[in-house]
Design a protein around this ligand. Structure first.
Ligand SMILES: *Cc1c(COP(=O)(O)O)cnc(C)c1O
Length: 368
């Protein structure tokens, strides 16, 4: 195959919406309103309606959304926050950034999301919050985690960076805890043209705190009531996100179509485990992540690369194995097992079924 298949293809999406994107960007340039203008306000309203939450607050990135979300929930020095280790670094980094301590819990091996019993075991007298991550676009087990949090008086901050449009028991993720953090990093299911993020919540006081924190701890000019951040969503990113938002539901359906094509082509293949979708959940397939035999993974990647097919390991080094966190890390067997065996295949809404089948066929050939 001389043609290359990347992990994500942003160009196809951009091309299809080019005239609208161009107009939206130029309108902002002409307007002279670059910070907290009408597009941010409108995007917040439109995103809140899409996600089914009362409040949405645009911020500078997904990491800002996690940090401001934690601060708004009152998390700080001396507090412990339970997070999965098997996730992007920012899920844990944000906890450290607010001066709290991340405490790592293990995952459920099929969905790659927090395992509630492991969370329960990680709770101490200093625990103040839990960050369930909707990893790869699969919703975390929010009922059990929410019940545990209620019993123990803990806050729940969803890391929904990979879950825009994922559904848990009839409700979109983002409204299932006290607050949620979304990322619009360009490769996410809803991607900006630079950095962007969003905090969602049904709690007006949390929304208010995030609005204050994103603008130097101030809602009234020059009246700073706490130490905050410069973490606002840009007007231009909001304008471009508004062009893309009406298409996300369709794009997520297309991602599910690609996943079904992979599932069908890889069903029953010895050594390969296709992604699980828990009952009552709609996966939004930010990633399509397989389990493959650990001893064969490097060879599979190399063989597919030679065919022009990109693959990736998300995530090869779990956070508890990083030097800065390794000191007090618990034993997390399911996390270690996942880190050693996962392999993500290309997935994006424009990927044809025929390509998914071809990729699957070539992957199967590498196992022989
Ligand atoms: C992308 C991502 C983040 C961070 O988002 P940024 O917008 O890059 O700051 C946090 N958590 C998870 C799980 C992510 O995938």
């Amino acid at each position: 195959m001389t043609r290359k298949i990347p992990m994500v293809d942003l160009e196809a999406q951009t091309k299809a919406l080019w005239p609208e994107l161009e107009k939206a960007a130029l309108d902002v340039l002409r307007s002279g309103r670059f910070i907290l203008g009408p597009n941010v306000e409108a995007f917040e309203r439109e995103a809140a309606a899409f996600l089914g939450v009362r409040h949405a607050v645009g911020v500078g990135s997904g990491t800002d959304a996690l940090v401001l979300g934690l601060r708004a929930l009152g998390i700080g020095p001396g507090d412990e926050v339970i997070v999965p280790s098997f996730t992007f670094f920012a899920s844990a980094e944000s906890v450290s950034l607010v001066g709290a301590t991340p405490v790592f819990a293990d995952i459920e091996p099929h969905t790659f999301c927090l395992e509630p019993d492991s969370v329960a075991k990680a709770i101490s007298l200093r625990t103040r919050a839990i960050i369930p991550v909707h990893l790869f676009g699969h919703p975390a087990e929010m009922d059990a985690i929410g019940e545990l949090a209620r019993r123990k008086g803990l806050a729940v901050l969803e890391d929904a960076a990979q879950g825009f449009g994922a559904v848990y028991r009839g409700r979109k993720v983002g409204g299932l805890g006290n607050a949620a953090a979304f990322s619009f990093f360009p490769s996410k299911n809803l991607g900006a043209f630079g950095e962007a993020g969003l905090v969602t919540t049904d709690d007006a006081s949390v929304a208010d705190a995030v609005r204050r924190l994103r603008a130097h701890g101030s809602r009234e000019r020059y009246v700073h009531v706490e130490i905050g951040y410069n973490a606002r969503l840009d007007e231009i990113q909001a304008a471009l996100l508004r062009v893309k938002l009406p298409h996300v539901a369709t794009w997520n359906d297309e991602r599910r179509r690609v996943a079904r094509a992979y599932d069908a082509a890889l069903a029953g293949v010895k050594g390969v485990t296709t992604p699980t979708v828990a009952p009552g959940c709609a996966h939004c397939f930010h990633q399509y992540t397989l389990r493959v035999p650990p001893g064969k993974r490097a060879a599979i990647m190399k063989a597919l690369e030679a065919e022009g097919i990109a693959t990736q390991i998300y995530y090869p080094i779990p956070n508890h194995a990083l030097a800065m966190y390794a000191q007090e890390a618990p034993s997390l067997p399911a996390t270690d097992e996942a880190a050693g065996s996962v392999l993500s295949l290309p997935i994006y809404p424009e990927l044809p079924d025929a390509d998914a089948k071809e990729i699957a066929r070539k992957l199967i050939a590498t196992l022989r």
